[in-house]
Unconditional design. Structure first.
Length: 89
């Protein structure tokens, strides 16, 4: 089981969304992998599963190549963070 420290640096990717965006950008898996600086195996593994864990850094690299933010290919949407003005209400 991963330690709390390890879980802090991982997230859940939406493999189907990665595949859709990759196709929209006209990229093959190998080209996406090369541009993102990750292995072809990683791209294939992420796309093969609808929801799968990956490092946040990996998700960010893939999202950057696909022209967006990591949240666009994350399977988990986090609520908006609480700001100081929210706590004053």
């Amino acid at each position: 089981m991963p330690s709390n420290r390890a879980r802090r640096w991982t997230t859940v990717a939406d493999g189907q969304r990665i595949r859709e965006l990759r196709h929209q950008c006209g990229l093959g898996q190998a080209e996406l992998a090369e541009r993102a600086g990750v292995s072809l195996h990683t791209i294939a593994r992420l796309e093969r599963q609808h929801r799968t864990g990956c490092r946040t850094r990996t998700l960010a690299r893939i999202a950057a190549v696909l022209g967006g933010q990591p949240g666009m290919i994350a399977a988990v949407t986090l609520p908006n963070p609480v700001t100081r003005s929210d706590t004053a209400k």
